[in-house]
Write a new protein. Structure first.
Length: 199
């Protein structure tokens, strides 16, 4: 039986979402894979993602609304999708990760409790993978530091950002050029590119 979330508000405050993810990741660190051996492992289906990115990137790179910083990020990722996914292995202990921890997949209750929905991408991976996707999919660049601070130690964040950026760029490819949705995605990907270019 699923919990009835009638009356819960769509989304969540990003720092609150980060706290919920951090708590879950800490709880199941180094335990999730043994407890749920069926969880998708790091690198599952990466060949398909690499193939899709190679197919989509030429058209995406020609978009008029793609700024140079995001274009350069995409160029670095072309042909390196599998390698970026392998970098997950050194980004922290394996734990239970939601896999699609965007604010679209969260609800907030009357008491402020945050619930995570849509668990079809659940897997065993470093927890910062969820944090990176929360940032790239949902958090305005001006709030990234606040959300990272709410999550807590996130040493492996820059290791997982390239692979997460691949999925962000694929999401942009599904949006009309210069649409509000595309602008928001590109702004967040620009922040990811900036983080990755900072020594």
């Amino acid at each position: 039986m699923l919990e009835d979330l009638t009356g819960w508000q769509p989304g969540a405050d990003p720092p609150s979402a980060a706290c919920v993810l951090s708590g879950m990741h800490r709880q199941w660190a180094d335990q999730a894979q043994a407890r749920w051996p069926w969880l998708r492992p790091v690198g599952a289906a990466v060949e398909l993602v690499e193939e899709l990115f190679a197919r989509v990137w030429p058209e995406l790179s020609a978009r008029a609304d793609l700024p140079p910083s995001v274009g350069m990020l995409g160029e670095r990722l072309e042909g390196n999708v599998a390698e970026s996914e392998r970098a997950f292995r050194g980004a922290g202990p394996l734990t239970l990760v939601h896999g699609d921890a965007s604010l679209l997949n969260m609800r907030t209750g009357p008491d402020g409790q945050v619930a995570l929905l849509d668990w079809e991408d659940v897997s065993a991976a470093p927890g910062v993978r969820d944090l990176a996707w929360l940032l790239v999919s949902s958090v305005e660049p001006g709030r990234w530091d606040e959300v990272i601070a709410a999550y807590g130690p996130a040493a492996g964040l820059t290791q997982v950002l390239p692979a997460v950026a691949v999925h962000g760029l694929l999401s942009v490819s599904d949006t009309p050029t210069r649409s509000a949705e595309a602008v928001a995605w590109i702004r967040r990907l620009g922040m990811a590119a900036s983080r990755l270019s900072t020594p």
